[in-house]
Design a protein around this ligand. Sequence first.
Ligand code: ADP
Length: 468
Amino acid sequence: MRRKISNQFMIHYLIVFLLSIAAAFFALLMMSFANDIISKTLVKSIYPASMIMEDDYTEIDTAPIVQNGGGVQIVSDQYEVVYSTGINTLGTKNLTVSQFTEFLVQSKSKGIPYHYDIVYNPQGKFWLIVTFPTSIRLDFSLVYNKEAASRDMKNVVGTLVAVIIFYLLLLALFAAIFSKITALRITNPLRKLSEGTKRLREGDYSVRVDLHLINEFAELQDTFNSMADKIERENALRRQSEDDRKQLILDISHDLKNPLASVTGYAELCLKKADAYDEEQIKYLQIIYKNSQRANRLLNELFELSKLESPEFTLRLIKTDICEYLRQTCGDILPALEQAGFAYDFDIPDKSIFVLIDTEQMSRVFHNLADNVIRYNSEGITVMISLYEEVDKIYIQFQDNGIGIPAEVAKYVLKPFVRVEDSRNSKTGGTGLGLSIAHKIVLAHGGNLELNTDINKGCTFLISLPMI
Ligand code: ADP
């Protein structure tokens, strides 16, 4: 099963965020722990006011406090600062009640840069104020007290749960958006590259990809583009050499036609003057004649096939009543079928159906099919030719119930030079080009030629052509 990259990203982000929540929670626990340890080692904890307290304030030992950077003030019950050493943050010597009360309130606040330890001595009737400057305030601790009012507890827990749920929802939303955006940054170039690859596979070698990126995808893009470049170049070269090869065959077959025709002609002429030669010479002449005829045939068919493949080849299409045309063609091949001792059955509708065909080329198709039936089958078989129309096409079925073609050969028999085993062909002198020529001609008409056959099941050639 394929999974979307954006969904996978979403899951990964959620996991990362949940892990970071766990890490944060762990960090808070550690902070609480650290707070505990650190607070015990701070000077303010080592020298609390209660430790140096004396009923007579003149006997209080303030030296260690001042040595450790702190300060000591004694404030009488009349709010007068009667003694001060080291840091003094009271500001004035004689305080009013409200000033002192405010100082007491302020001293408890957490945002101030000093730590105050204030103790009242009821015996001596004075306040002892020990002041230390605050270094780093670590004031965090997780506390749970079951004696806390249950209403408060509910409020706190409720609010906390609501905040956490809201936070998680927000987290999921951000993860979804963020995963979509990051996934797009990967899937977009991937999609473009895969589209390019598909077009390349379909034979469009001009395709190039431009991702407008400078990351690793750009490297992939460059590799893709240079690969497409190479394939395009090699393809052009291959096409060129293919064209050159076809042209060469066309030229050779054309140039050899005349000399060969003259060899056949002279051999034939000599054979006519049989009394001028002895028996052995006539035998050789016959071999020359027979083989030059075969070579002629091969050359002619090769020339025809090359012409069909040449870029200059065009059909001379004429609007033709295919029913009438096929009736005439059947009439043309009828004598040869009769002479071969074949039965025949033509089923052509008595109406006009028009198609665009090059009648000369199309005659070659039927001529080749008829020629094959006669050459490869013995008398007694039946040849059936029928025509029918379907939607926008006409179908011509050319069928015989003769020896057929083995299925494994039939798969390739429309390709040039494919023939059934030599023993069958040595008698008939085939070239293996007839069906391939017929196929190419039908294809050039925008139609198709299919073959349905097997050994001893006869051959059924089905030609389809577009109607107009
Ligand atoms: P060839 O010049 O050898 O006839 P084709 O391309 O016309 O070349 O035919 C290819 C092969 O298909 C032939 O060699 C022949 O064995 C076989 N073939 C073609 N038509 C028929 C048919 N009607 N019945 C049996 N075999 C056939």
